[in-house]
Structure formats: structure tokens, C-alpha cells
Design a protein around this ligand. Structure first.
Ligand code: GDP
Length: 296
């Protein structure tokens, strides 16, 4: 499970704290040192850890926490609040268009899980009563077009494709027109990624954004890459202005640093998490529930 190591360490720290009864400032300091070490070991961004610990300390010794009847409980509550806050506080939902169709643009690098996530998102939104349509916009990889078509077929969700001989802008425009005619209220556009961030890809995505004016630009990043995912999110956000992030492969052997850093570093909330290869393995992200899970 993601955060297993972090959860174990924090729970151990707070067990010790609870066993103490009354607390001194030194006790809180000692606990915060452990929290700091645990967060760094979970690959959380260094600056994020620093300001997190400073905030918790300030709240823990600044209020009437230490003189209260249950000081350890109060410190734990502060940590829980701040952990949830790091991840965005409460759930951030997809931006929906006031007048359908809602247009979602999926962006990300190769292998992050973009195409799979587009299909998973269509599946999830259909369960919530939407009428999604997928758009095959990765014109550089015929295999990606085929992949999306196969996924759409499996789900029984229409996939709009014009092959690989048209520009992504032409495809996306035609797709939106088609969606309106077909009464589809959600258009999810798969775009072309690259192995790494480059100017050509960013310029293309900017052009596409300007042409179709998506209500939501969702970046798909792989949680397994840790701080690399955070840097990717920062770069995409600066250039495109992201509305949200999907963190994939949270079912894998990841320490969870990206989940705890992305919002704090980029200001962009994680909206969904991928938790497996199956098409129903996408979940809305709930920072508060995740914080509860970490603290046990
Ligand atoms: P793209 O190049 O970004 O479009 O990536 P794909 O959608 O082709 O996904 C790359 C691989 O990651 C595929 O084998 C997916 O099944 C896998 N994948 C995507 N999301 C998840 C996830 O949340 N968990 C796991 N375990 N695998 C995932």
C-alpha cells in the first residue's frame, strides 16, 4: 500500500507521544524531528517538509495544546489537518461546463498512463451519469489510437478518431462538433505525449488548448517516479495552466512522496488516482481520507 512506510513511522511516533500524558515543548520537538525524517524518507519534497513541520510546531506550541487534557491527541489532529491541507484539504472535482459538453484534455508523458486513464475516466464519469466520448488525438502513435479504440470497445464508450493524417486541432474540433450532435456531454481528448518534456509537445498542447478551450486540463503522472513527477507537474503547469493532476500507479511500490508534494509545490490539486491496470481502477482523490489512512 502507498504510504505504508510513512504510516508505520508516524503511527509509532504518535504512540510514543500518547503514552507520555503531559507534553513539553521538547517532546513536541522530538516528535517533529521524527515526522520530518519520516516525510523525507517517503520522498516528500524538502521545502514542503520544512514548512510543514514549521507549521505544525507553531500550531502545537502556540495554542493551548500543551496545557490541554489530551495534548498528544491535539498534536495528532494538527498533523492530520496539515497533511490533508498539503494534499489540497478536501476533494477537488472535475470542472464541468455550465453548458455541455465539458471538454477535458489529457496531457502527459509516454508511459505515465494517459491513454488508459482517459478510458478509466470515461468509465468513471459514465457511472456518475455522464455521456462520455473519447477522442484519439495522439496522431504520432497509431498504436495509441488503436489502444484507445480497443479500450472504448471494451467499455462500450464511443471513440472519435480521424486516423493520424489530421492535426490534433482539426480532430478535436470535429470531435466536439460530433459530440454535440450525438448528445455527448463529456469529451475526453487523449493527446500526444513524448518520452520527455520538449518544446514541440508543449507548443502543440498550447495550440490545442487555444483552439478547443478545454474546461479541464488534466496531467497524468506516474506516482512511482516520485519527485520527478512533481517536477513534470510544475513544468506542465507553468506552461499550460493545469486544472488537475491524475496520479497513476498508486497501487505499485511507491513511497507516496508525489502525492504529498504535488499540490504544495504546484498549487494544482490531485483529482484522481490510478490504483491498478483495470478500467475501473481510477478513484477520486480525497486528501482528508488519505490523511486519516496515514495516521491510522
Ligand atoms: P501512456 O503512454 O501515458 O498513454 O500510457 P498507457 O495508458 O499506455 O499506460 C502505460 C502502462 O501503465 C500500461 O501498461 C497501463 O496498464 C499501466 N497503468 C496505467 N495506470 C496504471 C495504474 O494506476 N496502476 C498500474 N498498476 N498500472 C497502470
Amino acid at each position: 500500500m502507498v504510504f505504508e512506510g510513512l504510516a508505520e513511522k508516524l503511527q509509532e511516533t504518535f504512540r510514543k507521544l500518547k503514552s507520555k500524558g503531559r507534553l513539553t515543548e521538547a517532546d513536541v520537538d522530538e516528535a517533529m524531528k521524527e515526522v520530518r525524517r519520516a516525510l523525507l524518507a517517503a520522498d516528500v519534497n524538502f521545502q514542503v517538509v520544512k514548512s510543514f513541520v514549521a507549521r505544525v510546531k507553531e500550531r502545537a506550541v502556540g495554542q493551548d495544546v500543551l496545557s490541554s487534557l489530551t495534548p498528544a491527541q491535539q498534536v495528532i489532529k494538527i498533523v492530520r489537518d496539515e497533511l490533508a491541507g498539503l494534499m489540497g484539504g478536501t476533494q477537488s472535482k472535475l470542472n464541468l461546463a455550465p453548458k455541455p459538453p465539458t471538454i477535458v484534455m489529457m496531457v502527459g508523458l509516454h508511459g505515465a498512463g494517459k491513454t488508459t486513464t482517459a478510458a478509466k475516466l470515461a468509465n468513471l464519469m459514465r457511472k456518475q451519469g455522464r455521456r462520455p466520448m473519447l477522442v484519439a488525438g495522439d496522431v504520432y502513435r497509431p498504436a495509441a489510437i488503436k489502444q484507445l479504440q480497443v479500450l472504448g470497445e471494451q467499455l462500450g464508450i464511443p471513440v472519435f478518431s480521424m486516423g493520424d493524417r489530421h492535426t490534433p486541432v482539426d480532430i478535436a474540433r470535429a470531435a466536439v462538433e460530433h459530440a454535440v450532435k450525438q448528445g455527448r456531454d463529456l469529451v475526453i481528448i487523449d493527446t500526444a505525449g513524448r518520452l520527455e518534456i520538449n518544446e514541440e509537445m508543449m507548443a502543440e498542447l498550447e495550440t490545442l488548448k487555444a483552439a478547443v478551450r478545454p474546461h479541464e486540463i488534466l496531467l497524468v503522472v506516474d506516482a512511482m517516479t516520485g519527485q520527478v513527477a512533481v517536477n513534470i507537474a510544475e513544468t506542465f503547469n507553468k506552461r499550460l495552466g493545469l486544472d488537475g493532476v491524475v496520479l497513476t500507479k498508486l497501487d505499485g511500490d511507491t513511497r507516496g512522496g508525489a502525492a504529498l508534494s504535488i499540490k504544495a509545490v504546484t498549487g494544482c490539486p490531485i483529482k484522481f488516482v490510478g490504483v491498478g491496470e483495470k478500467l475501473d481502477a481510477l478513484e477520486p482523490f480525497h486528501p482528508d481520507r488519505m490523511a486519516d489512512r496515514i495516521l491510522g
